[in-house]
Design a binder for this molecule. Structure first.
Ligand SMILES: Nc1ncnc2c1ncn2[C@@H]1O[C@H](COP(=O)(O)OP(=O)(O)OP(=O)(O)O)[C@@H](O)[C@H]1O
Length: 467
């Protein structure tokens, strides 16, 4: 945006001017008020705002006359009309004379601010200024594992279609990322992508969240509200954790999918929408259907194309690149240079089970970026709980590390490596030496004694190991 956004408000009611001034100021929108249209027109001769909010009934030039004048002489300038005497005629008249929006009083302050922001965005667009890009989450998907290649192929095949897609995968495997990619590569890319997590919405608010409500539909519904379906019109609606959708909402969703239209809560006029549904779940929907917890007909409607995202432990080969990517991103966000893993640290991390999948890996990389002081990451720099939660925790510390070693060795062999002792033994010795030196506060003679070596052996080993 060039300079500050400026909004002019004209209303003969000083209390309305006061309320609007306060709300706009709070939203950081620069504004100025006028008590009548004539003084506004006067000022318009040598200055121009980005948006005007005008009342209809005012002494002197009224709002509709002002609107006609503005529409003729300043067609680019969005005008929001407000009125306390709302009727069908004034609404129709306002739109016919080119109003950007029409708002009956008393209005919902948040709604006025939201509409003003939309008007400001449109004004910028018309002036040819580049619209402020929305802070889109990073959508690059990393995956060289065959299972991920399969996912990419599915996204590619679906690129030109509007088909409903069901994404299956454990929590944190990247379902939302894939949904965004499906949207970004679809003919709807320029329209909204709206994400909604069924598990995060209280049951009794779900319908109004999805379908919106009319003013007065229930206690607390002070103004009409658009639901997510309307917001996603022309674009995609991502319904995450669809298995958690309550039965009544399932029934309504099914009807919307069949008819392409719905009623807002408390509404009597059908609302038509064109929305592509991308649903996701970590649950076994077939099993939910069997148990009677999910409607079978809805399941079939959603299950047109299914994309399965494997858990991270099933695509360990992607872990190094993912970590590199997350270290890079964490460094950009938190400052500093991206961390680098020592080979033994990387091997250890590749061997873990990662029950929280890619999200857990990402969080671990952020943790390391914040907590580790050096650039190179040793085993000792890893979050202490990592081994416990994600490695198969056995009884007693002795079996703990042996289990990990088993896992590591198996993994090496699975990856086709040879001579694995060449890596394992020095790694083992290095860890032992580091711990002993830490314990002896750097005194080599004591460390050697702790290890059961002579001092010369320790010195030679440290030299061999480049320590
Ligand atoms: N293949 C990948 N490449 C890069 N980043 C990824 C990949 N998979 C997941 N991520 C990142 O991991 C995090 C979790 O992914 P996402 O939110 O898409 O998972 P989800 O399966 O939708 O999780 P939930 O089911 O818990 O909502 C996100 O920050 C996402 O950017």
């Amino acid at each position: 945006m060039t300079g500050q956004a400026r909004v002019w408000v004209v209303d003969d009611d000083s209390s309305i001017r006061w309320v609007l001034e306060r709300a706009l100021n709070q939203a950081g929108i620069d504004n100025e008020s006028f008590s009548d249209a004539d003084s506004l027109l006067q000022k318009l001769r040598d200055d121009q705002p980005d948006v005007i909010i005008s009342d209809i009934r005012m002494p002197g030039t009224d709002g509709l006359a002002l609107l006609s004048h503005l529409n003729e002489h300043y067609p680019e300038l969005p005008v929001i009309i407000t009125t306390a005497h709302s009727d069908l005629d004034s609404a129709v008249e306002s739109y016919q004379r080119g109003a950007f929006e029409y708002l009956p009083k008393p209005f919902d302050i948040d709604e006025v601010v939201a509409i003003t922001e939309r008007a400001l965005a449109q004004a910028r667009e018309k002036r040819g200024e580049i619209p402020v890009p929305e802070a889109l989450p990073q959508t690059e998907i990393i995956g060289e594992a065959p299972a991920m290649q399969e996912v990419f192929r599915a996204i590619g095949r679906l690129a030109h279609s509007n088909i409903t897609v069901l994404i299956n995968g454990e929590s944190g495997t990247g379902k939302e990322l894939v949904a965004r990619a499906l949207h970004r590569h679809s003919p709807r890319a320029a329209n909204p992508f709206i994400a909604l997590n069924m598990a995060a919405i209280p049951k009794d608010l779900m319908e109004s969240e999805l379908f919106g409500h009319e003013k007065g539909a229930f206690t607390g519904a002070n103004a009409k509200r658009e639901g997510r379906f309307e917001q996603a019109n022309g674009g995609s609606l991502f319904l995450d954790e669809i298995g958690d959708m309550p039965a009544e909402t399932q029934t309504r969703l099914l009807r919307v999918l069949a008819d392409g239209e719905f009623y807002r809560v408390g509404g009597h006029t059908p609302v038509k929408v064109d929305v592509r549904i991308i649903a996701a779940t970590h649950q076994d929907l077939e099993e939910l259907v069997q148990r009677g917890d999910f409607r079978e007909d809805l399941f079939h409607r959603l299950n047109v194309i299914r994309i399965h995202i494997p858990k991270l432990a099933e695509r360990r080969e992607d872990i190094p690149r993912l970590m590199q990517f997350f270290f890079q991103r964490a460094a950009e966000e938190l400052g500093g240079e991206p961390k680098v893993l020592l080979p033994e640290t990387e091997q250890f991390l590749i061997g873990l089970d990662w029950p929280g999948n890619v999200r857990q890996l990402e969080n671990t990389c952020r943790w390391i970026t914040v907590m580790a002081s050096g650039r190179e990451i040793h085993l000792r720099d890893l979050p202490p709980e990592l081994g416990k939660t994600t490695a198969p925790a056995e009884t007693g510390t002795q079996t703990d590390w042996r289990e990990l070693l088993y896992k590591w060795a198996r993994n090496e062999l699975v990856q086709g490596k040879h001579h694995i002792l060449r890596q394992a033994v020095p790694t083992f010795e290095r860890v032992m030496i580091e711990v002993a030196l830490q314990h002896s506060q750097g005194r080599k003679r004591d460390a050697a004694e702790l290890l059961g070596w002579g001092r010369n052996t320790l010195t030679r080993k440290m030299k061999d190991l480049n320590m």
